[in-house]
Design a binder for this molecule. Structure first.
Ligand SMILES: [Zn+2]
Length: 381
């Protein structure tokens, strides 16, 4: 399977860790005698990604969707109790009462119904028409379709939370799936993801936990990795249902806006020029303190023609020049030998120490300014 990629990190470096020569093609669908002659075993190979350790099948054997899926899980009393307490904890923790919740792959709608009963407005998603009908009979609003990037653009940003239980392990492209679920959330929205725990299979040598229906086998690490790749911050991670499941609660994290940085980069040369012009008009000489990374980059972006000189404490730098701006780095003693009226500090990490040194060691009484975003700001007295 050299062409196969890790479903999480997309590395092609997959190592086969299990091989069953004889497995049923689909373990959730039982068959009738007239189907025997078409029913053939398949080979099952399980791989581990050497890059991120995710465990998965490489191929995608499933040819039919979930219309005939036997949805018997919700009938067991233990399962009903588990779902009820899980839903309640989730709704309470995130304060979802009165909010909108999207359940991806809701099956027979049992969990959606519980969430609805807790006071949420639920949209139950399910690709199987049969299952959707079962949900609608329970009074649930449903939506057709597989969750993948761009599947529900009209619903983006409209939900307080999503839930998806025992679905992600069937999904061919988990990143794509989570990207869309994240997009459905309002800023700060929450999510609940439940999958079978790989740890359970490993701890108990459960060879029978691997079958063609499950394309991914999530460890807790893999789940966290997957969520973080898709800007979902994990707020709770636990083994649930006697350790059978990995359950993770997430919150949508926002991409920090970088527009302000772009704006600051654009405005620094103008601000610097205006500052220097004002000083020049007032007959004031200006020196720069700091030839570290921040200073060197800034000086490369501005016009330094009217800067008197540049000082830095670091002896190693003395006598050398800043790239692009070509200012010689002088010892700080130059401030005594050739006094200036204004000092602009670019070594921001040491700003307070430099201000203190200027006032004490150098008895400097002039104007002290420093780099602040796209501006030059004057230090207070
Ligand atoms: Zn990987």
């Amino acid at each position: 399977m050299s062409e196969a990629l890790c479903r999480i990190c997309e590395s092609g470096d997959l190592e086969r860790i299990l091989h069953y020569p004889r497995a049923p093609r689909n373990i959730e669908r039982l068959i009738d005698p007239e189907q025997f002659d078409r029913d053939r075993p398949v080979e099952l190979s399980v791989y581990r990604c050497r890059a991120c350790s995710h465990v998965q099948l490489a191929e995608y054997l499933q040819d039919e969707f979930y219309d005939e899926y036997l949805m018997s899980h919700s009938h067991a009393e233990k399962m009903q109790k588990f779902q009820a307490s899980q839903a309640k904890a989730f709704v309470e923790y995130f304060g979802l009462r009165g909010g909108r919740v999207f359940e991806a792959g809701c099956g027979d709608g049992q969990f959606s119904l519980i969430i609805k009963g807790l006071g949420c407005e639920v949209l139950a998603n399910e690709p199987s028409a049969k299952a959707r009908r079962a949900c609608e009979k329970k009074g649930l609003s449903t939506v057709d379709g597989f969750v993948k990037a761009g599947a529900f653009p009209h619903l983006h940003g409209t939900f307080e939370a999503f839930a998806t239980r025992q679905v992600l392990e069937h999904v061919p492209e988990p990143n794509d799936f989570l990207r869309e679920l994240r997009a459905l959330l309002k800023p700060g929205g929450a999510g609940l993801i439940e999958v079978p725990a790989l740890e359970m299979a490993v701890e108990n040598e459960r060879f029978f936990d691997f079958f063609p229906d499950h394309l991914s086998y999530f460890s807790q690490n893999a789940l966290v990795h997957l969520c973080s790749r898709n800007s979902l911050e994990v707020v709770r991670l636990q083994r649930a249902m006697d350790g059978e499941y990995n359950e993770v609660w997430v919150r949508r994290t926002e991409h920090p806006g970088l527009e302000g940085i772009e704006q600051a980069a654009k405005s620094i040369s103008g601000s610097f020029r205006e500052f220097l012009d004002r000083e020049k008009q007032a007959g004031r000489k200006v020196a720069i303190w700091g030839s570290g990374a921040k200073g060197v980059l800034t000086l490369a972006m501005v016009d330094t023609a009217s800067v008197a000189y540049l000082v830095d404490l670091d002896r190693v730098k003395h006598g050398r020049y800043t790239p692009v701006s070509h200012l010689e780095v002088c010892p700080t003693e130059r401030l005594l030998a050739e006094p200036v009226d204004t000092v602009i500090i670019t070594a921001l990490a040491y700003k307070n120490e430099i201000i203190r040194d200027l006032k004490t060691k150098f008895a400097f009484q002039g104007k002290i300014a420093f780099l602040s975003g796209g501006n030059i700001e004057e230090a207070g007295p």
